[in-house]
Ligand binder design. Structure first.
Ligand code: HMG
Ligand code: MG
Length: 314
């Protein structure tokens, strides 16, 4: 990278001083790939992301292997990561939908798990084979047992800004589902724009609705997909509201196999460029990250959709 390959820093005192990037590339990114990525390549991806300074890297999912064959090697991947990175690999979060998934995570001694609920009936059925209400019955004992074992639990809520089958999703419905998921015992609620349809004022209004319902900004994270090119603008809107945790995916990989209109996540590089320009601390080495995404794009056989990766890759 050349000296011009970083933005000029102009700090906005109204914005947070520090942001935590929650990297979801190995999970949200690779769950959606057509081809099965070898376990060794996934492990290399995770190692390189950790080495680039990403403080949290969600590594895989302990979901049903037939539902997401791309991540069927979850247990093997964790073994490789523990062998490579030592015990700290057990701090990398994984998705668990139910008690069976939790058991598999506990067998590996993992310390951070994430449940993932739906704000809409249709996506709950399609993604979890449960109704909107039944999902809580599945998550409740999962979170309770995870907490008994001393695990940290994150909760995702999907379809917060629109649903491909149901269209617009009432904000109050999103807040009710999110609040219920959080109250099961989560430390953080990640608000997912699964199909990337949200726009900036919608973000501001939804965050206000969550704040009004008693969930402060430090209990919330934003999870944007970039289907309609709004992810970075939405992240900027959330930053202005005071959100300090953002999910992002290296190289802009991502999607959800059970929501066909979902494309890649907000690219971590694009977020890092924005945060760097705003003088917001994030701890990530952009050059190492771009090299990682360029390498991964080569492994996957297609170029990264991230504008920053394309601009900086040599
Ligand atoms: P089900 O078929 O209803 O499962 O699937 P079940 O509870 O009826 O169990 C059936 C069999 O599956 C049993 O085995 C279970 O043991 C087994 P049998 O007794 O018949 O031999 N089983 C499992 N095996 C391994 N691991 C497990 C597991 N659970 C059950 N965890 C289930 C229900 C929830 C499991 C299924 O629907 C599933 O795995 N769904 C996951 C879908 C998924 O991973 N989607 C992508 C992640 S969500 C996302 O990407 C959105 C997000 O990024 C945020 C955003 O963008 O909005 C997070
Ligand atoms: Mg997602």
């Amino acid at each position: 990278m050349t000296a011009t390959a970083l933005p000029q820093v102009v700090r906005d005192p109204a914005l947070p001083e520090r942001v935590t990037i929650y990297e979801v590339g190995p999970r949200d990114g690779l769950q959606n790939e057509q081809a099965l990525v070898p376990t060794a390549t996934k492990a290399e991806f995770v190692r390189r992301l950790v080495a680039a300074g990403l403080p949290i890297v969600e590594s895989t999912s302990f979901v049903h292997p037939k539902w997401v064959p791309q991540l069927a090697d979850a247990a093997d991947l964790v073994d490789v990561l523990v062998a490579d990175l030592g015990d700290t690999a057990r701090d990398l979060p994984v998705l668990v939908p139910n008690e069976r998934g939790l058991d598999r995570a506990l067998e590996k001694g993992l310390r951070h798990v994430a449940i993932f609920g739906s704000a809409t009936e249709t996506f709950a059925q399609r993604n979890l084979n449960r109704s909107l209400d039944e999902q809580f019955a599945m998550f409740e004992p999962t979170v309770a047992r995870a907490r008994e074992h001393g695990l940290d639990v994150r909760a995702y809520v999907s379809m917060c800004f629109g649903d491909p089958w149901e269209g617009q999703v009432p904000m109050q419905q999103v807040v009710e589902v999110g609040r219920r998921l959080f109250d099961l015992g989560a430390s953080q609620l990640s608000l997912g724009d699964t199909i990337g349809v949200g726009t900036a004022a919608h973000v501001t209004a939804l965050l206000q609705a969550f704040n009004d319902a008693g969930l402060p900004n430090d209990s919330l994270a934003m999870h944007f997909h970039d289907t309609y090119g709004q992810a970075l603008s939405n992240a900027a809107a959330a930053l202005r509201c005071g959100i300090t945790t953002f999910d992002a995916s290296a190289g802009g990989l991502g999607g959800c196999p059970y929501a066909k209109s979902a494309t890649g996540n907000l690219a971590t590089e694009d977020l890092v460029w924005l945060l760097t320009g705003l003088g917001i601390e994030h701890g990530v080495d952009l050059e190492a990250l771009v090299q990682t995404s360029t390498w991964m794009a080569g492994e996957l056989g297609r170029p990264s959709p991230s504008a920053v990766v394309r601009a900086l890759a040599q």
